[in-house]
Design a protein around this ligand. Sequence first.
Ligand code: PEP
Ligand code: MG
Length: 600
Amino acid sequence: MTFAVHGLPVARGIAIGRAVLVVSSRIDVAHYFIKPEEIETEIDRVRTARNAVADELIKLQANVAQMGPNDTPHELSALLEVHQMLLQDEVLTGGVKHWITERLYNAEWALTTQLEIIARQFDEMEDEYLRERKADLEQVVERLLHRMKGTAAVLAPSPPRRKRATSQDDENDDPTAGDGIDVPLVLIAHDLSPADMLQFKKSVFAGFVTDVGGRTSHTAIVARSMDIPAVVGARTASQLVRQDDWVIIDGDAGVVIVDPSPIILAEYGFKQRQGDLERGRLARLRHKPAVTLDGQRVELLANIEMPEDTLGAVKAGAVGVGLFRSEFLFMGRESTTGQTRLPDEEEQYQAYKRAVEGMQGMPVTIRTIDVGADKPLDGKSVNKQEHLNPALGLRAIRWSLADPAMFLTQLRAILRAAAHGEIHLLIPMLAHASEIRQTLSLIDFARTELDNRGAVHGQVKLGAMIEIPAAALTLHIFLKHFDFLSIGTNDLIQYTLAIDRADESVAHLYDPAHPAVLRLVADTIAECRRQGKGVAVCGEMAGDVAFTRLLLGLGLRSFSMHPSRILAVKQEVLRADTGKLEAWAKSVLESDDPAAAMAG
Ligand code: PEP
Ligand code: MG
């Protein structure tokens, strides 16, 4: 039966494919695709773990028997029996094998996927006793997962062979059957950390949906960089969609359609082709300089997460990198023992050098590490008990200043990479003059360390992000010390309106067109221009065509965005006349309802 789930649109376009559910189990498991030649090894890992757990349960049962009826409730023995049966159950073992061989899931992913399928069947049972066996099944699977820990092969995701899925469910026939080989896959999850997203970035999902998240949550930002249709904040999607369901993701409307009828499929297939045509048209603008009708040159820069993203940036016609979110180099690096090993100076230096080389002589703006809040280092969501208010807590420059050794390592690596090309060093989340002072003296110290070592390093332009209202209101302090400013509208909106950008329940209040936000953005641009300093916007607003004309009218000439947004923004720039836009932008700024004024 067809039904729709509504969420927030975060990345445009239409994706049609089979659902791959990534379930969150009580044990954190890795999700990655194995190579076809690894299928046997992976099945073997499950078999070995099963045998070990079976032995464990037999031993436990023997102990229980020895203790005698007075020491242990007799239910315990019966329960262990049930666990043994569940462990050997064909639905569990056969299902796990299916996901490994047909979908190339790693063993842990296959196990949690099958657990979810059986658990849902238990939930639907009338009989209370049987319903309660779900907890037993979960315990058995947890035992298996514990046994498998440390036996995983490399965690690097490799793209799956895109093969036709053989559904376990006969009703679930392939509605687009015909080509017989390629079946697009779409990812459905309750939540995905930015580190998870990074892992999936290298795979072949055609789209994705999460239950939680706001439009500018970091998960949504990485999704946008993957340039695949995505919907976040879809609340119960991961409970309603079943493994292998056919799903349409409408990334423009923020709608997920499950089990679509042939008529709906045809309609969305048409929309998908229209989108492809539009992209084709925009691609022709790639080599065209971004100059307005009245001759104003506009700089369109790329936001990247990894050095390899520079390839896409150059391809999209970016004239530099306006924001390299360096924290992604630090994420998802747990070893099998759960330890996080941060990249050392040499590893970072090589990564920054690769980014510089990738941009072929164009400038690269490297932002120092911005972890914390919704970007935990280890990929697990931040424990709300530990950090009552993570967005207001120890993140970005606060984190760096709290760990000077880590910060100095990063600064040295960036300064060394600057010997290979033009690097701009950008500092996130500054608010206090004391933070500016500490940062600047650490940069000097990093230079001195390199000099003492005789290491080659280069000059950098220094920039600060304006993403806290306090910074936007004390620009004179910032402009005394920095060569340029970059407005991080994602956080500036979050902190101005007191809206957690990752929380879908307040997403409707997250308003880039709020007069207070626009006032701070406008004043920052105006003050930088007055003092002849560079100013850019690198938040999501820069890539949103609804704001291009307004930002141009406010005097902005430097926009940094995901490479996938560059051509659409360029089209707006080519059609704009900044002379005319100035007066209009002023009227929008003075309006009580800027969104309506922009539309009118
Ligand atoms: C911003 O806050 O607008 C920004 C660009 O930084 P991030 O999204 O990484 O916090
Ligand atoms: Mg920010």
